[in-house]
Design a protein around this ligand. Structure first.
Ligand code: ATP
Length: 221
């Protein structure tokens, strides 16, 4: 019998917000995960450089997770000076945790639809399961996949698991779709609000809001 899967949630977390925390909580409960590891990215290969420094983003994640027994921070990417790909991070985790430990890469639906653009993305399935959070009220993922990249669509159809039990029965290789209440929160919107002097209260944990305000982060566009 394998031990319960470990969830991996990567992101720039610039800043971390309640959307991130909620997808982690939904994945934890719906997939029966042992824990969720938050991995703030260092220099992201796929997008513009973050606005806050690596240390500030790490500090905000630590503040947001404080007191949650099943959420932990993994700082391995954020402390690296060179761009780091998810496939490399999962390879390192696989070496540390062993061949049999189930791992679940947690992604929002928007991120999953772009998976075919990730470095060596086919190898991800040999390293971990993928848990996709489907937003309530949005286009169901099954429908959105009709317009997805052909290779991604083929992987989705071949690997889709009917239930979360599949995540416990193998170390990786399945795709499981979990449900997520729609939370229209994004880091982009939080940065925009800061830049125009609007409140971000209740979009992030209060400790993160206080950190952003006391460090005067995101004050310009
Ligand atoms: P930005 O607005 O700067 O692009 P973001 O808020 O989307 O940032 P990321 O750090 O890029 O945050 O996201 C990390 C992961 O969290 C991605 O898989 C993304 O799909 C997911 N995510 C972010 N916000 C939400 C949300 N409100 N609901 C569901 N998933 C989300």
């Amino acid at each position: 019998m394998n031990s319960a899967p470990i969830g991996i949630l990567g992101g720039t977390f610039d800043p971390i917000h309640h959307g991130h925390l909620r997808i982690a909580q939904e994945a934890l409960e719906q997939c029966g995960l042992a824990q969720v590891r938050f991995l703030p990215s260092g220099i992201p290969p796929h997008r513009a450089a973050p606005r806050a420094s690596a240390q500030q983003r790490l500090q905000m994640v630590l503040l947001a997770l404080h007191g949650h027994p099943d959420f932990v921070v993994d700082a391995r990417e954020v402390t690296r000076a060179d761009p780091c790909y998810t496939v490399d991070t999962l390879t390192a985790l696989r070496t540390e945790l062993g061949d049999q430990q189930p791992l679940c890469l947690i992604l929002g639906g928007d991120a999953f639809l772009q998976l075919h653009t990730w470095h060596e993305w086919h190898r991800l399935f040999a390293l971990a399961h993928i848990v996709v959070l489907q937003r309530a009220g949005g286009l169901p993922l099954g429908n959105a996949m009709n317009n997805a990249d052909a290779a991604l669509k083929a992987e989705y159809r071949a690997r889709l698991a009917p239930g979360a039990q599949a995540l416990h029965e193998a170390p990786g290789g399945a795709i499981f779709v979990a449900d997520m209440p729609a939370l229209e929160i994004s880091a982009t919107d939080i940065r925009r609000r800061c830049a125009i002097g609007k409140s971000i209260r209740y979009l992030t944990p209060q400790a993160v809001t206080d950190f952003i305000n006391s460090n005067q982060l995101y004050r310009s566009c």
